[in-house]
Design a protein around this ligand. Structure first.
Ligand SMILES: Nc1ncnc2c1ncn2[C@@H]1O[C@H](COP(=O)(O)OP(=O)(O)O)[C@@H](O)[C@H]1O
Ligand SMILES: [Mg+2]
Length: 438
């Protein structure tokens, strides 16, 4: 997105505070898209290269190469956990989920463990090839999808029905690597092979998946926030199982769809989660949609819990995850993958404004300026969904003379009245401060 794009008017509004104590917050960023606009719009000061910073929006390469040798003062913040890949590498995520499912079954029984059945059957290749072949034979005729573990944006992905198709791939893959490296012992690139969801929920005959944003500010205790807004990404071409080689039908990545000959950047191929929520409620009723959303909450929480114990919990770190979720024709949500660097590049003005709101609220939660009490359950478009346990909203109680009932504090796809909420929040924080200092 070009930096000349119109900046949303709420950036730099008066409720902003841009200092730590008396000093302006100094930031560094590896990206020059929406995040740079938001950081600047906040009145923070950009620093370059080796200069000292308070806040760094870094890339995962920096985490791998520099983080371990880098000293950070207490107040500094950075946007990744050191071993974020435990959840965001496709093969590791599935390994960790499988392990966690077994543990839940041992400790809490089959029913609870069945809540973890939200990822399609998956194997790592080449290491689990034999296990995959056994499963393949048990499900002859099924469709499978191959995905390289270290690529993104739909790159290197293909679908197949016959085992022969991957024997050919294996040979091809060995051959091309031999040619490249002239070393016939070089292993093939690691892939995952996964059951293809053949019955996706379709709208207008087209397949889509959902991008949902979850912010983790601590793993021990686990503290996770769910953003109200997100979007559905549609494919450009009507769904069909006749042409399994057509990526415009089967891969919903914007990076893939925008290369389609009839792609229109202004129209785009996205719906907001609010639009989708309303569409689904109109078709299936509120109960069915709430049941689906509850299952999505389970996906976020169980996937975070499955890596909680192995994450290096550093108080300087937070992570903004981009979840890829698909719905099948029975409205069951499936976890496709979790991204550590969800795209912050905007595909049009609407998308730009959404990403600015998301990032602005991410900075509000991270709270470099020290304005919050730490007890907030809602900050702008973020709702606290897990705080060492489920976060609930109390309803009923004294006012309506009934016993209180508890519902989860998640509002995915609900109206995001963040500006109003932020104004109220910061006003009440200021009032509380005044009364304690008087
Ligand atoms: N198991 C699956 N069943 C159906 N479609 C899938 C499946 N896995 C991936 N896809 C489609 O392929 C796209 C890209 O897959 P994903 O795992 O997100 O890889 P990438 O890292 O390249 O984005 C998804 O957005 C979805 O549209
Ligand atoms: Mg993806």
């Amino acid at each position: 997105m070009s930096r000349t794009q119109k900046q949303p008017s709420y950036l730099g509004r008066p409720i902003q505070k841009k200092t730590i104590g008396d000093r302006v917050v100094r930031f560094r960023t590896a990206l020059s898209n929406t995040i740079l606009d938001v950081l600047k719009g906040r009145g923070w000061q950009e620093v370059q290269g080796d200069m000292e910073w308070d806040f760094y929006w870094c890339d995962v390469g920096w985490m791998r190469e520099v983080f371990d040798h880098f000293y950070m003062e207490e107040h500094c913040r950075i946007n990744h956990f050191r071993n974020h890949y435990e959840l965001t590498r496709k093969n590791l995520m599935v390994k960790n989920l499988k392990k966690f499912r077994k543990q839940v079954e041992r400790e809490q029984g089959k029913l609870e463990a069945s809540k973890c059945d939200f990822f399609p059957t998956t194997f790592e290749l080449p290491s689990e090839y034999h296990m995959f072949v056994e499963e393949f034979k048990r499900n002859l005729g099924s469709l499978w999808i191959m995905k390289p573990i270290a690529k993104a944006q739909g790159k290197g992905i293909f679908l197949f029905r016959k085992l022969k198709d991957i024997t050919d791939w294996k040979k091809e893959s060995y051959k091309s690597q031999e040619e490249r490296r002239n070393d016939d012992k070089e292993p093939v690139e690691t892939y995952i092979v996964q059951k293809y969801i053949e019955n996706p929920y379709l709208i207008g005959g087209k397949k889509f998946d959902l991008r949902v944003y979850v912010l983790v500010t601590s793993y021990i205790p686990l503290k996770a926030w769910l953003y109200r807004e997100g979007f559905a990404r549609f494919s450009n071409t009507r769904y069909s199982l006749d042409s399994i080689d057509d990526t415009y039908i089967h891969l919903t990545n914007v990076a893939v769809q925008k290369t389609a000959p009839d792609y229109d950047p202004e129209k785009g191929c996205k719906w907001s989660l609010n639009q989708l929520r309303q569409y689904l409620i109109a078709r299936h009723g509120i109960e069915a949609v709430e049941d689906m959303l509850k299952k999505m909450d389970d996906i976020f929480i169980y996937s975070l819990l499955c890596v909680q114990k192995i994450m290096i919990n550093d108080k300087h770190c937070f992570e903004l995850y981009g979840y890829d979720i698909m719905l099948d024709d029975k409205l069951k949500p499936w976890l496709i993958e979790t991204n550590a660097s969800p795209s912050l590049t905007a595909s049009n003005q609407e998308d730009y404004e959404l990403k600015c709101r998301l990032l602005e609220d991410t900075l509000n939660v991270v709270d470099m300026e020290g304005r919050l009490t730490g007890k907030e359950k809602r900050i702008g478009g973020y709702d606290l969904m897990w705080n060492d346990g489920p976060v609930t909203l109390e309803e009923g109680g004294l006012d309506c003379m009934s016993a209180p009932t508890y519902t989860t504090n998640t509002h995915l796809g609900c109206f995001n009245d963040r500006e109003k909420q932020l104004k109220q929040l910061f006003r009440s924080l200021q009032m509380a401060k005044k009364t304690t200092t008087v």
